[in-house]
Design a protein around this ligand. Structure first.
Ligand SMILES: Cc1cc2nc3c(=O)[nH]c(=O)nc-3n(C[C@H](O)[C@H](O)[C@H](O)COP(=O)(O)OP(=O)(O)OC[C@H]3O[C@@H](n4cnc5c(N)ncnc54)[C@H](O)[C@@H]3O)c2cc1C
Length: 274
């Protein structure tokens, strides 16, 4: 099974130091790569670079995220040249969302244009992952248009897709059936969000369009602030989701680690990965 683990770039040197410790714990899982998010418009550019450099220098495979909204072709060309020079050979290619207050959309409208651009500039140098949304992208006009847009993006030259997180396995299986029917055969890796705090998860899910099923929401709500029970229920729930996805043919898992090691390690231990 393919395994990848996502980080976000910390704000401070101390955060970077902590992330090193987290990464060395997670390295025990021998992931295929660590990925590092990138703020649209280059807002985290230097911090994303710093984490990616750190990972690459430790001899571990890294896939920087690269979001194109708010960027020019020249900005992206420079970043590609930098990664190429550092021997980085994987990228997660995204549109991104413009940070509030940033009005300039830049020279790219969609991730498919970024994938085309990277392929035109650098050929097959990079193994490219793109984002997928089993519960549909929140701005999509319709499920059909979202699937068609995904198929265009994949056919522009993506090697694999990583999904937004979800807790309903059927949404993933339906998505995969639909894209296969559109002639897309790249692996689609489910994005897995371990549950650290249900309150934060609920807030974030509303913003990114991930559904929290009623039975799950109500159970968490009934646990109040009993952190041990929340942790136990979240671990059971996410482990069962992973088991069901893998049994149904998912080719791997991508963990949204939130820069923490413990829950990802425990879920992988339960799955027999370590
Ligand atoms: C695995 C993963 C990692 C992520 N990492 C980051 C990150 O590091 N930094 C960050 O800023 N964000 C990140 N995001 C969030 C992502 O950038 C947002 O969800 C963003 O709103 C969409 O990006 P996309 O690459 O999916 O865009 P696109 O694939 O371009 O899709 C965006 C919307 O446009 C529609 N669309 C696409 N093409 C067309 C077309 N030709 N005509 C009409 N409509 C079209 C789609 O249906 C969709 O609604 C990540 C998301 C995932 C799932």
């Amino acid at each position: 099974m393919q395994l990848s683990i996502e980080f976000f770039p910390p704000q401070t040197g101390e955060g970077l130091e902590k992330l090193r410790a987290v990464r060395s714990q997670l390295a025990a899982l021998q992931p295929d790569f660590f990925s590092v998010t990138f703020g649209a418009g280059g807002s985290t550019r230097e911090r994303t670079f710093a984490v990616c450099r750190d990972i690459a220098e430790a001899g571990q495979p890294v896939a920087p995220h690269l979001s194109c909204i708010g960027s020019t072709r020249e900005n992206i060309r420079e970043i590609l040249a930098d990664y190429q020079a550092r021997g980085i050979r994987r990228l997660v290619a995204l549109r991104g969302d413009l940070p509030s207050g940033m009005a300039e959309a830049g020279e790219f409208r969609y991730a498919s244009e970024l994938v085309e651009f990277i392929r035109a500039e650098t050929g097959d140098t990079f193994r490219l992952a793109v984002a997928a949304y089993p519960e549909w992208h929140p701005q999509a006009r319709s499920p059909r248009e979202d699937l068609d847009a995904f198929a265009r993006k994949a056919k522009a030259g993506a090697n694999l897709a990583i999904t937004q997180y979800f807790y309903n396995a059927d949404a993933y299986f339906h998505f995969v059936d639909e894209i296969r029917a559109r002639g897309v055969d790249i692996p689609v890796i489910p994005g897995i969000m371990p549950i650290v705090s249900f309150f934060k998860l609920a807030r974030f899910s509303d913003a990114c369009g991930a559904e929290l099923p009623r039975w799950m929401r109500r159970t968490f709500e009934s646990l109040g602030d009993d952190t041990a029970s929340i942790r136990a229920f979240g671990l059971d729930l996410v482990t069962r989701l992973c088991e069901r996805l893998l049994a149904g043919g998912a080719p791997g898992l991508h963990f949204y680690s939130m820069n923490q090691a413990e829950l990802t390690l425990e879920i992988c231990r339960r799955l027999g990965r370590c």
